[in-house]
Design a protein around this ligand. Structure first.
Ligand code: FNR
Length: 189
């Protein structure tokens, strides 16, 4: 079966190493996965004052999540958590109350950092958030990628063969996970 995967790049930086990682994952994903980016950088800061009437940018954002079978978070760790922009986006998606975009939507988390911890601490925070949002998460394989200069090019070419193999396997595991979740929670739309 073919699945649509919406991916979030947690960083808004032009030179983001996590964007490079996302490019690599798009290249290495199995043919059954249709990868599309879900951008969130134009969302205003969320407040529940918007709940009665979401602005068009937020409606489009929620529609983009509704359109995909699964979501993939490719995110840096900022101050041992996730970047504020990504948390803001998740808050928008989780509301209005009763219209949480992530409920029963399968997800996976991956990230890269120059540091040896490789975003592990930030990923734990994101798991806690997505757990509350009722998203079934892929628990294994875990992926904490330590970025070294030139590991991945802007186009997503990986220079280290073992890393490329690891990332390709990560995406095929994610495909299998999505398939398992969708047998339990078939999509209604
Ligand atoms: C960082 N960085 C960082 N790295 C890390 O491993 N753990 C951390 O907690 C933090 N904290 C942090 C906070 C802020 C505000 C910045 C800007 C950076 C370093 C970070 O991993 C590095 O800048 C990466 O390049 C970030 O990924 P992107 O944004 O390039 O994808």
């Amino acid at each position: 079966a073919d699945f649509k995967v919406g991916y979030f790049v947690g960083s808004l930086a032009k030179g983001s190493i996590n964007r490079k990682l996302a490019q690599a994952l798009v290249r290495l994903a199995p043919a059954e996965l249709q990868m599309q980016e879900i951008r969130f950088g134009d969302l205003p800061l969320y407040s529940y004052d918007y709940d009665a009437d979401y602005p068009p940018v937020a409606r489009e954002f929620k529609a983009a999540i509704a359109d995909v079978d699964a979501v993939l978070f490719v995110t840096p760790e900022y101050n041992r958590s996730i970047p504020g922009g990504l948390k803001n986006a998740i808050d928008w998606a989780s509301r209005p109350w009763g219209q949480n975009s992530f409920t029963r939507k399968p997800s996976a988390i991956i990230g890269t950092s120059p540091g040896a911890i490789g975003t592990a601490v930030g990923q734990q925070h994101l798991k806690s958030i997505l757990g509350f949002c009722n998203s079934p998460m892929m628990n294994a394989v875990e992926a904490y990628i330590q970025f070294t200069p030139d590991l991945i090019s802007d186009e997503g070419k990986v220079s280290v063969e073992s890393t490329e193999t690891f990332l390709r396997n990560y995406m095929s595991e994610f495909r299998d996970f999505i398939g398992r979740v969708l047998t339990v929670y078939p999509r209604s739309n």
